[in-house]
Design a protein around this ligand. Structure first.
Ligand code: ATP
Ligand code: MG
Length: 379
């Protein structure tokens, strides 16, 4: 009967989803960096920090990007940012030139200083060796405080629901690399862009949401008399401390970062499995996201290109540039005039959307989980 066939269909689907979720966890776990790799990277950071301090004694070298936000894959490159605390400091491009010379003299790294890039950096790499079979690649930039802040924001999102968020993000990073749609230099999207797409989807598309919006969190409890007692260890005082600390930063970087408190007071009522979410993610970005008019903003939800002045034609004529910057629009969480996907070209977007559709098609056929993953990530 039709009723029975519907039930058979539903139970086949449940089986597929359970099996695929397990396969996704297993797949991602094997791609995480080893303890050893993380230790080597930390040693490299310390070594470089010591060397930089011979030029600028008041400097600190901090990790950002995947090594610091919980979305790191095995052998991923290191993003480092140098902060200089003294008032009189050299310009970023002078620092790049001097540091380049120093590292060339004192270390075995291959060194490539780029003092005149939009964001001046020193690129470093080490060749593979027995102890380090994949070598190391590393970029050092200067005073890029926004990158440190957005790394912290992504890390907080990863911590709220580590299993689902990290599995999804790590899988999509591998998938986008294997499918060749993860190179901003070639007109497709950076890992950072894909991570924002996942978080946007989990906050603003899924209903009920899987993640809260940390940039628009209301106080977790209404204000009452006792909440305002000075020194009381309660929600409100924690929030005040939070605001005081954040006020010293640029206001636009404010977000709710007390994840311990959040985990005590907030729980998503969304119980979808990782596989459910992945299937919906691909469906949403192959069918429903409004690429022509929409802007994905983890801060503000689905925005309009119009309201941000990000229309294709407009941008192209303003920059007198045939390359369109706003085919695909993803708002940076803090630098809200900045389109994280501005490198995506017409062909790049065509390719990315084609891959979302291909993935949806494969998932709709529901072969065995391992076959599905192999097909999805086929190189
Ligand atoms: P991978 O493991 O592929 O290197 P990743 O997580 O390090 O991934 P990247 O795309 O390398 O991600 O970005 C690293 C950091 O650089 C991000 O956390 C972000 O701070 C900054 N960043 C990268 N691309 C952009 C961009 N288009 N706009 C703004 N910031 C960016
Ligand atoms: Mg990186």
């Amino acid at each position: 009967s039709p009723y029975n066939s519907q039930r058979r269909h539903a139970s086949k689907h449940r089986f597929f989803v359970v099996e695929l979720s397990q396969a996704l966890f297993d797949f991602v776990i094997r791609l995480l960096p080893t303890q050893e790799e993380m230790a080597v990277k930390e040693d490299v950071r310390k070594l470089l920090e010591r060397l930089i301090r011979t030029i600028e004694p008041d400097s600190r070298l901090l990790s950002f990007g995947s090594t610091a936000n919980g979305f790191s894959l095995r052998n991923s490159d290191m993003d480092l940012c140098c902060l200089i605390d003294s008032a009189e400091r050299l310009s970023a491009s002078d620092m790049v030139t001097m540091l380049g010379d120093l590292l060339e003299r004192e270390t075995k790294f291959h060194v490539k200083p780029l003092p005149h890039a939009r964001i001046p950096i020193v690129k470093l790499s080490l060749d593979p060796s027995p102890g380090l079979p994949h070598g190391i690649a590393c970029d050092i930039g200067f005073e890029n405080r926004l990158a440190l802040e957005n790394t912290r924001l992504l890390m907080c999102y990863a911590m709220i629901d580590p299993t689902r968020v990290r599995t999804l993000v790590l899988f999509l990073k591998v998938w986008s690399k294997r499918r060749n749609i993860n190179s901003p230099y070639k007109g497709t999207l950076s890992s950072y862009g894909y991570v924002l797409l996942v978080i946007y989807f989990l906050i603003h598309v899924k209903n009920p949401p899987v993640l809260p919006n940390l940039q628009q969190m209301p106080p977790l409890r209404p204000i009452s008399q006792e909440d305002t007692h000075i020194g009381g260890h309660n929600t409100w005082s924690v929030l005040l401390a939070f605001i005081a600390r954040e006020a010293s930063l640029t206001p636009r970087c404010r977000f709710f970062d007390d994840i311990e408190l959040l985990r005590q007071r907030w729980q998503s009522s969304n119980t979808d499995s990782v596989a459910d979410l992945l299937i919906d993610f691909f469906r949403y970005y192959s069918r429903d996201f409004t690429y022509n008019t929409g802007v994905a903003s983890i801060r503000g939800g689905l925005l309009k290109k119009d309201s941000k002045g990000w229309q294709n034609e407009l941008a192209a004529s303003r920059y007198n540039d045939s390359r369109e910057r706003n085919r695909f629009c993803i708002e940076d969480p803090f630098e809200i005039d900045f389109n994280v996907a501005r490198c995506v070209t017409k062909e790049g977007l065509y390719q990315i959307r084609g891959e979302f559709m291909r993935a949806s098609r494969i998932l709709a056929m529901r072969p065995r989980a391992l076959v599905t993953l192999a097909q999805l990530c086929e190189e």
